[in-house]
Design a protein around this ligand. Structure first.
Ligand code: ARG
Length: 398
């Protein structure tokens, strides 16, 4: 077990099984690059508050910057025996700067760090996600241009309804993804990252000056509502509920592609490089990517339910329960990032089987509404026209 950030008031050593049970390093190491920023700001603020000297500030900053370089270059190795990422980075600074590192955590709480780190993570990831959705809409645009004037069969209740332009079908999905993007842009732009809430009541360390020296300073602010800042995880819930809606759109798209690529429909050909075969049935080309996208919806909705339920009934302020928001958050983000990346390529590879579609479009029932319209133009009431065409269809089917 690595050194801990607490222990003075305890006589007994922590139970090893319990230590393993409660640690979070195995997943919160993903917050390392944001945690370093908290430490850089904190060291600057400690010097401003005259709690450390200028030379102490420089030594601590240089140790932290070395760790930041390791993280940037994928050279950072967390110690799996540390309790969490905050402890791990502290221990690493101690290894580099010796006793001086004991001042690093002056008047700071992990409750503040973890909120800061997670907000920073959500800010970065929502930004990435906005770009990935952009790639999806670009691919839709490509598909729309390729089949500019094609008509297809439109469905309601999965029954043939009316002819529609393929571009209008694509526009429907583009509309959904554009709305997802709008929601995420609003979330991203509205997210401000507070620092300085302490355990819950702030401290004499103030960050206003430190924030201004920082390049991304405009997205940080000195915590004013300190109890709120360590208590809420609304930003996590908001982010993954936007992601849940996005996932629902991806799942519907996946289902459409699965259905239309069956031999029964045969309207589209799926890009082979995203399909797999069967070990027994030589003829198979299975839409596994699409099935996994559809299947992951269970996990993404579950992640949202998980955090909502964890937060329900928590007394103010910070509670350790809140540690459990990280795995669902990371899971939703990583799953959807993967899906969007592949889906952008997948969409470009879709081919319309124009000959098959042309044949199906010959179905006269698809123009039933147009025929009723014609009667209406001639002065027949729509109710009557509906009836006449309906009877015609019935007779033709018998
Ligand atoms: N690992 C904790 C979390 O993710 C960090 C905060 C711990 N605070 C504490 N007082 N034990 O929420």
């Amino acid at each position: 077990m690595a050194k801990k950030l607490w222990g003075g008031r305890f006589k007994k050593k922590i139970d090893q099984d319990f230590f393993e049970f409660q640690k979070s390093i195995q997943y919160d190491h993903k917050l390392a690059k944001y945690d370093i920023v908290h430490s850089l700001l904190h060291v600057a603020a400690l010097a401003d508050a005259k709690l450390i000297s200028n030379s102490e500030k420089q030594s601590l900053l240089s140790a932290l910057k070395k760790i930041r370089e390791q993280i940037k270059n994928n050279k950072f190795k967390f110690n799996p025996d540390s309790e969490d990422i905050h402890t791990d980075i502290h221990n690493k600074v101690e290894n580099m700067a010796g006793k001086l590192a004991l001042k690093l955590h002056t008047l700071r709480s992990r409750n503040d760090q973890v909120a800061f780190d997670e907000k920073s993570y959500c800010y970065a990831k929502s930004g990435d996600m906005i770009d990935l959705i952009g790639a999806i809409t670009n691919s839709f645009q490509y598909l729309k241009n390729k089949y500019k004037n094609n008509t297809i069969v439109g469905y309601t209740h999965t029954q043939r309804a009316q002819k529609i332009f393929f571009r209008d079908y694509v526009n429907a999905y583009m509309g959904m993804f554009n709305k997802d993007k709008e929601r995420l842009i609003k979330f991203h732009q509205g997210l401000k990252i507070s620092i300085g809430a302490g355990a819950l009541a702030g401290s004499l360390v103030k960050y206003n000056k430190a924030i201004k020296q920082f390049p991304e300073g405009n997205k940080f602010y000195q915590s004013v509502n300190t109890v709120y800042d360590v208590s809420e995880r609304d930003f996590v819930i908001e982010f993954i509920s936007h992601l849940s809606i996005l996932q629902m759109h991806l799942s519907r798209l996946a289902e459409d592609f699965i259905l239309y690529s069956t031999k029964e429909f045969n309207f589209i050909d799926l890009p082979e490089e995203f399909c797999t075969g069967s070990s027994m049935m030589p003829h198979k080309k299975n839409p596994d990517f699409l099935e996994l996208v559809r299947g992951y919806t269970g996990r993404i909705y579950g992640n949202l339910m998980s955090i909502l339920t964890t937060m329900k009934g928590l007394p103010l302020a910070y509670n350790r329960d809140m540690q459990l928001d990280k795995e669902p958050l990371f899971s939703s983000v990583e799953t959807i990032e993967g899906e969007l990346k592949i889906m952008a390529k997948f969409i470009k590879g879709i081919k319309l089987n124009e000959a098959v579609i042309k044949e199906v479009l010959k179905d006269e029932e698809l123009s039933a509404v147009e025929r009723a319209e014609k009667l209406v133009i001639k002065g027949i009431s729509f109710k009557k026209a509906h009836d006449i065409i309906g009877r015609g269809v019935r007779d033709a089917r018998i």
